[in-house]
Structure formats: C-alpha cells, structure tokens
Design a protein around this ligand. Structure first.
Ligand SMILES: Nc1ncnc2c1ncn2[C@@H]1O[C@H](COP(=O)(O)OP(=O)(O)OP(=O)(O)O)[C@@H](O)[C@H]1O
Length: 273
C-alpha cells in the first residue's frame, strides 16, 4: 500500500493503542529504542520479529508489567501516566490478555478461572457470574462441561480456549495474545485462527497478536508489524510484507516455509493487490 494511502486510511481509524518514542532498557542493554506503534480498532495486528528482538518486552511494557525508560503509551486515547487511579482501573478492564501457556490457575476450574477478573473488578451475584462464564465458554467454542474441569484435565487447545475465555471475561476492547497457536497441531491452530477472526468480525474485537505462526499471519492478520533493530522496522498488510525489501522480512515471508503456504491475499482486503 502506498504510504500516503495508508496514512489516509489510518487517520480515519481510531487507534486503541498508541505507543510513542518508547525506550525500554535493562541496565546498559537497550531493548526498545524510541519505538512507535499504533493498533487500530477492529483489526488483528500480527507482531513478529526475530527471537530476542523484544516482542514480549513490548507487550509486558504496554501491560505495565515492565518499567520503561521513556515514551508514552495511550490506551483508548488515555495516557496511562496521566489518568487517576480509578480511571486506570477502568482502563485495565478494557484489556484482556492470553499468555502463551494459558496461565490458568491449576487449583480453579475453568469457570472459576473465567470468573476471577469478574470477582476482581465487578460486584455481581453468583448466578450472573455463572451465566456470564458459560457465555464466554460457549463463545470460545468449548463444551459447557468444560466449565467444571480443572486445567490438568484439558488438552492444549482447550487450555488456549479457556485462557481466551478468561481474557474476554470483562468484554475488553483490546486483547493481547502471546503466541496463541504455539504448541497446537495444525488443525487446532487453524481452528483457533478462525475463532479469532470470528471474534473480530462479530464483537469488533481488536487483537494484538505476538506470533511466529506464518499460517496465522496469512489467514487472520489484517496488518503486520515487524520488530527489529529495537524498533518497528516495517508495518503494513501482508502484501506490503511480500513486497518489502528488508532482508529479514524477505527471508521470513519468501523463505521455504512461507512458500509452502497458499499465498492468500490480505485477510480483510481480498481485492487489494
Ligand atoms: N527482565 C529482564 N531482564 C533483563 N533482560 C531481559 C528481561 N526480559 C527480557 N530481557 C531481554 O530482552 C531481550 C528481548 O526479549 P524478549 O523476550 O522480549 O524477546 P522476544 O522477541 O519476545 O523473543 P521470542 O520470540 O524468543 O519470545 C532479550 O535479549 C532478553 O534477554
């Protein structure tokens, strides 16, 4: 996409996450250096980059699990550093997170795991929390019986779905997924990608997805951002990536593994060349 066309399209869209001039360092080691990134409402952004580039550091910094040296982070238009404590709590409820291994509490059932954020942030009667938990269970394609199961009784794919149900517990605007399809077999991974696409299309969910999974990038991501040299090196559609001249992007998208995937066009812009 031409830069001007992209700017024009994005200027009309609401950025639900805006990162500006973000620098994160551990001692002398600068991991992110003046990084800028926007994630727009209703899109699935795939975030990729070489191992150790700082994808997890960026996600954890945005979630305020890591300190930053400088830069601003705006969520839903609000600057985290400038809001009141009450507003910060409200903002936290607008975000959902699925960590790589599901991060479910092993001593709690799936239903109780999903209800944890509800207990933390909302005061609801038990019957309503049960109803909401089963709605989320259904939403992520799990059988209602899964509600009473413990994480140890679930398959890898079911754990990912249960983790996603918990991420969706408070009906967030923006969901962070850390390598959601890692460890799943190809069929399970494709089903998970379909689920993400369905949630985007039906709920208008915005998704920030750290991934190494080329299939996910080809099938569900509307835009892709590439982390390299401590910043976002390139961002754009799949077509932009396929036309990009950066060496790492070239070998990633035009390497042997990528060529074995039927090259779909942009997930939401099938007519765009
Ligand atoms: N708490 C920490 N203290 C010191 N260094 C850290 C810390 N967390 C991450 N790093 C360093 O920051 C760099 C980026 O790590 P990060 O985990 O974000 O990479 P990544 O892009 O997510 O990699 P992968 O794709 O392998 O998961 C690495 O060099 C890592 O060693």
């Amino acid at each position: 996409m031409a830069d001007e066309e992209a700017r024009e399209e994005h200027s009309e869209r609401e950025a639900v996450l805006s990162v500006r001039d973000l620098t994160v360092a551990f001692g002398d080691k600068v991991v992110l250096d003046n990084l800028n990134l926007d994630v727009y409402r209703g899109e699935v952004l795939g975030f990729i980059g070489p191992s150790g580039a700082g994808k997890s550091v960026l996600m954890r910094t945005v979630l305020r699990l890591l300190e930053r040296r400088s830069g601003t982070i705006k969520i839903l238009g609000a600057d985290y550093d400038k809001v009141t404590d009450a507003e910060r709590v409200t903002l936290d409820t607008r975000l959902g997170v699925l960590f790589q291994h599901g991060a479910l509490f092993s001593a709690l059932t799936v239903k109780e795991n999903i209800q944890l954020p509800m207990r933390e942030y909302l005061k609801l009667p038990p019957w309503l929390m049960d109803e909401l938990a089963y709605m989320k269970i259904q939403m992520v394609g799990l059988h209602p019986d899964a509600g009473d199961k413990y994480p140890s009784e679930l398959s890898g794919g079911m754990i990912k779905r249960a983790g996603l149900a918990r991420a969706l517990a408070l009906d967030p605007d923006l969901v962070f997924l850390d390598e959601p399809t890692s460890g799943l077999d190809p069929i399970g991974a494709a089903e998970f990608d379909d689920l993400i696409a369905r949630l985007r299309d039906t709920l208008g969910l915005t998704v920030y997805m750290v991934t190494h999974d080329l299939d996910s990038l080809f099938s569900v991501c509307d835009r892709i951002a590439v982390l390299g040299e401590r910043r976002v090196l390139v961002e754009g559609t799949l077509t932009d990536m396929l036309n990009c001249d950066d060496d790492w992007v070239k070998s990633y998208f035009r390497g042997k593994r990528a060529r074995s995937i039927p090259q779909k066009k942009d997930a939401r812009n099938p007519n765009r060349d």
